[in-house]
Structures are given as structure tokens and as C-alpha cells.
Design a protein around this ligand. Structure first.
Ligand SMILES: *Cc1c(COP(=O)(O)O)cnc(C)c1O
Length: 396
């Protein structure tokens, strides 16, 4: 193998760019969408309920409510939890901005907590001292697809009547102590964006076991109106009441047809992601500069991302140079995530850097490797070879 780095004029490990994530759309997905396009209902029709029921069944939840994005799912969940001005919500510093923004949409205050060094999930020991009289909810994120410490967080919530929301955008199909993500906490949110495990283009879902929360979720995604167009059509009635200030966050039947078709492939795809993760773990076992996420034995992750942390102490360069060198090798690496309170919007609100040492140190080292179900073993080996080539070159 050519050991000269592509970034220094050598031959890249592979001739074409391998993306970090990408969807698969089969002919049967296309046929399912085409069928709905020629039916009576493009939105608020029967396929929405069908998708919701199938999603609830797969996540062992009593109720699933389809919405227009993962971000809409978070906003809808925060509304259902009753968050408003003056309420504090604890959110991990290491996540996508939407996990925190949803609190701001309802006028609440975000309190960022640090994460555990081994999993980069919300650290219950960091959460407890942040709880005040005003804490109304905790949003736990299942970073990279491994469920957070849900029992420990539930215990903190139960004693104080706090709602636990799980941002499971990374974790569709994951299990925690034998239970399926979606059925464990008060409210769980999912994303159906193309880089996630299954897709509807844009889309999201909220699951709950609580019928009262289910009713609030359904009203909020439909302007705060208590019946939808189809229910009125069936009842032959024109009357409706808007009881809360909601949004139009509906997911169309067209999208739900795609989601239903994709859902039938989920288990096969998750198996494939686990096989790629296992291949990476073996490939990096003897590379001390590469530190993968620790998998806890009581949960089964689903690998939305495969993040590694670089042992910068052993390298002559920083993360930026390694990142650039991997891109030059045609490995579509990414970084998840910049700590949310570091973004200018949150800096302007007065959050100062340096309060989340684990998340902030991880950010300087993190690189997400390509991870999607259509990757071949040869693609995964290209990634391993490129990482080993670049790390060996920059080793002290
Ligand atoms: C993808 C993602 C979201 C937002 O989902 P969209 O469907 O893109 O709105 C929220 N939280 C996390 C952790 C995500 O990864």
C-alpha cells in the first residue's frame, strides 16, 4: 500500500468519496409512495395512522405520533411536558443544537450538563447538582445510538416530578436493560432524516405510554386543534376548536408510506450497522491513538454514528489535520458535535465556555467515521486502512 498521504500528494486509499451517512431507497419504497400519490389522501389520511401503529409496535410504545421532523418531535414533546417561561430543562452539552433549541421555542431556560467520558451520554452525577425548584424536564440524548443512563435519570426525575424526555434521534431499535427505546421514559423523540436509521425525507416521531400526553402531542402538531380533517370528514361535521397554540407539524401520507416501507427493513439494517461497528472495533484494537465509544453490557446500541476520539498526546498534529488528511483519502469524516453552548446563539445568551470539561475535551478529539447500512466490508476496510495510514504518519 502507498503510505504517502493523499493530502501530501500520495494516492488516496480509495478513488471515490465514501460519505459518513446515506439512505437506501429500494423499488418497493418507490412503489409504496407512488400508490399513495394516486390515492384520495396525501395528508391526514389512513397511512399516517398505519405508520404510527407500526412504529409504536416496533418500539413497544403505546402511542406514536408522526411529525414533520426530529426537531418538530422535540418541540412537540417539550410542549406536551408543559415547559414555558421560567422553567429549566437540563440538556447535555454534547449533542445537536435541536436538543436544546426546542426548550427555547417554548421560552424555557436551557441548563447544559456534562457527559460521561466513556459513552459521551448525559452524566447523572453531573445532572443532580443542576436540579433546582424550577427544573421541569431533562432531555437525555442517546449519543451515537447507545441509550443514556435512563434508570438513574428516571430515579432523579421521579423524586421531583420532572419529565424525562429521550432524544432518540440516534437510537431507533436500540435496547436498554431488555427494554426497547421508545417505551422506557415519559416521551421519546425520533428523527427520520436521511442520515438516520430509516427515512421519510424529513420526518420525526414522538412515542409515549401516557394517553394524556398522546392527546397533547396530537393537538400540538395540528395547530392545537382537537380533531383533524379526516376525523371531521368521517363524522360529517364542520365544528372544531383550537384549544392550545400549536403548529402545523404534520407528516404527509406520502412520507408515511415511505416510512412504513423502510421500517420493514430496519432489523436487517441495524444488524449491518452492528457488523460494521464490530469490524471497526477489531480494526482499531491495536491502535492506541484511536479511542472508540465504550459499549455498556446492559444495552444494545444501533450505531447512528461511529465516533472516535484521537489520542492527541501521541500525535504531532491536531484533529483538524487528521480530519483534512482523511478527507483527502476520500473518507467522508465528520464531527459530532461542537458543544451546543459554544454556538454564537448560546454565547450571546451568556453561557461561558469551560463549564463542561468532558464534552469540551471530547470535541477537540472527535471524528465521526462513515457509518450506514449500505456500506460494504471493503468500504469499512478502506476506513480502517485510511485511519491507520494517517495516524501512523502523524505519530510522534
Ligand atoms: C438528527 C437529530 C435531531 C433533529 O432531527 P431532524 O429530523 O433533522 O430535525 C435532533 N437531535 C439529534 C441528536 C439528532 O441527531
Amino acid at each position: 500500500m502507498n503510505s504517502r498521504l493523499a493530502v501530501e500528494g500520495g494516492t488516496p486509499v480509495r478513488p471515490t468519496m465514501l460519505p459518513y451517512g446515506r439512505q437506501v431507497i429500494d423499488d418497493d419504497d418507490v412503489a409504496a409512495v407512488a400508490e399513495v400519490l394516486q390515492s384520495d389522501w396525501l395528508t391526514t389520511g389512513p397511512v399516517v395512522a398505519e405508520f404510527e401503529q407500526a412504529f409504536a409496535a416496533r418500539t413497544s410504545a403505546r402511542h406514536a405520533v408522526a411529525v414533520s421532523s426530529g426537531t418538530a418531535a422535540l418541540h412537540t414533546a417539550v410542549f406536551a411536558a408543559g415547559i414555558g417561561p421560567g422553567d429549566e430543562v437540563i440538556v447535555p452539552a454534547m449533542t445537536f443544537a435541536a436538543s436544546a433549541n426546542c426548550v427555547r421555542y417554548q421560552g424555557g431556560t436551557v441548563v447544559f450538563a456534562d457527559v460521561r467520558p466513556d459513552t459521551l451520554n448525559l452524566d447523572p452525577a453531573a445532572v443532580e447538582p443542576l436540579i433546582t425548584q424550577r427544573t421541569r424536564a431533562i432531555i437525555a440524548v442517546d449519543y451515537s445510538g447507545q441509550p443514556a443512563d435512563l434508570d438513574e435519570l428516571s430515579t432523579l426525575c421521579r423524586a421531583r416530578d420532572i419529565t424525562l424526555i429521550e432524544d432518540a434521534a440516534h437510537a431507533l431499535g436500540a435496547t436498554y436493560r431488555g427494554r426497547t427505546v421508545g417505551s422506557i421514559v415519559h416521551l421519546t423523540t425520533f428523527s427520520l432524516h436521511p442520515v438516520k436509521h430509516i427515512t421519510t425525507g424529513e420526518g420525526g416521531m414522538v412515542t409515549t405510554n401516557d394517553p394524556a400526553l398522546d392527546a397533547r402531542l396530537r393537538a400540538f402538531r395540528n395547530h392545537g386543534i382537537t380533531t383533524d380533517h379526516r376525523q371531521r370528514s368521517v363524522a360529517g361535521s364542520w365544528f372544531y376548536e383550537m384549544v392550545e397554540l400549536g403548529f402545523n407539524y404534520r407528516l404527509t401520507d406520502i412520507q408515511c408510506a415511505l416510512g412504513l416501507s423502510q421500517l420493514t427493513k430496519l432489523d436487517r439494517w441495524l444488524e449491518r450497522r452492528r457488523a460494521i461497528a464490530a469490524r471497526y472495533a477489531t480494526g482499531f484494537a491495536g491502535v492506541p491513538e484511536v479511542d472508540s465509544i465504550t459499549v455498556q453490557t446492559d444495552r444494545v446500541p444501533v450505531w447512528h454514528l461511529y465516533p472516535i476520539r484521537l489520542g492527541l498526546e501521541r500525535l504531532r498534529v491536531g484533529r483538524a489535520e487528521v480530519f483534512k488528511a482523511l478527507r483527502a483519502e476520500n473518507i467522508g469524516v465528520n464531527v459530532h458535535y461542537i458543544p451546543v453552548p459554544w454556538h454564537p446563539y448560546y454565547q450571546k445568551l451568556g453561557y461561558t465556555k469551560g463549564q463542561w470539561p468532558v464534552a469540551e475535551d471530547a470535541y477537540e478529539r472527535l471524528i465521526s467515521l462513515p457509518m450506514f447500512h449500505a456500506m460494504t466490508d471493503a468500504d469499512a476496510d478502506d476506513v480502517i486502512n485510511a485511519v491507520c495510514k494517517v495516524v501512523a504518519h502523524y505519530r510522534k
